[in-house]
Design a protein around this ligand. Structure first.
Ligand SMILES: Nc1ncnc2c1ncn2[C@@H]1O[C@H](COP(=O)(O)OP(=O)(O)O)[C@@H](O)[C@H]1O
Ligand SMILES: [Mg+2]
Length: 173
């Protein structure tokens, strides 16, 4: 993909708590700003980088309780969270690690899911092929020694830029 990058942000997560803090800042932005709630975020990085871990912290930050399954086998785990008015909001967690057949994209209705409402959180997006839509934000997680991670955020849309900046500025009250 060669879309222009509107902004980047480099972070160092010394441990999983830093990953959780970043995820919670994004969840807070999603709760505050309805225009961000249909965003698509791709998570890049090798096995064990922390993609699923980040998604779990984000979903917890949105108030989702109970066990949060990894979609490794199912490709898609749908979730529901409640906004401040108690209205149900969708969050779709994709993992295309085992995805091989582009026809499945159409058969499974993923095109509609990506075009529809709700937050899309996508692991191994490259396996979904070029038919996937452009994400708003890309998080590339590179594992370092022990629990440390280098993370590059790249915003490809204004919505992605707003998520990239989440938690980085004083809240406007
Ligand atoms: N800084 C960190 N950020 C994210 N996960 C971390 C971090 N440090 C350690 N971990 C651990 O690394 C593992 C990442 O696994 P997972 O999220 O399943 O990776 P992926 O989905 O990228 O394959 C988890 O066991 C998590 O607890
Ligand atoms: Mg994973």
């Amino acid at each position: 993909m060669h879309e222009p990058i509107l902004g980047t942000r480099h972070e160092h997560w010394p441990d999983e708590a830093a990953c959780a803090a970043r995820a919670h800042a994004m969840a807070h932005a999603l709760q505050r700003d309805a225009s961000l709630r249909d965003a698509c975020i791709e998570l890049d990085g090798p096995l064990g980088a922390g993609k699923t871990t980040f998604v779990r912290h984000l979903l917890r930050g949105l108030g989702i309780e109970g066990r949060i399954k990894s979609p490794s086998y199912a490709v898609l785990e749908p979730h529901e969270w409640r906004n401040e008015h108690g209205a149900a909001q969708s969050a779709w967690h994709f993992d295309f690690y085992r995805f091989g057949d582009p026809r499945e994209w159409l058969d499974a209705g993923f095109r509609e899911t990506f075009a529809g409402p709700g937050l899309k959180l996508v692991e191994w997006a490259q396996n979904a092929g070029p038919q996937r839509p452009q994400p708003d934000l890309l998080l590339a997680i590179e594992p370092g020694a022990d629990d440390s991670r280098r993370v590059v955020h790249s915003a490809l849309t204004p919505r992605g830029l707003a998520l990239l900046e989440a938690g980085c500025r004083p809240l406007m009250l």
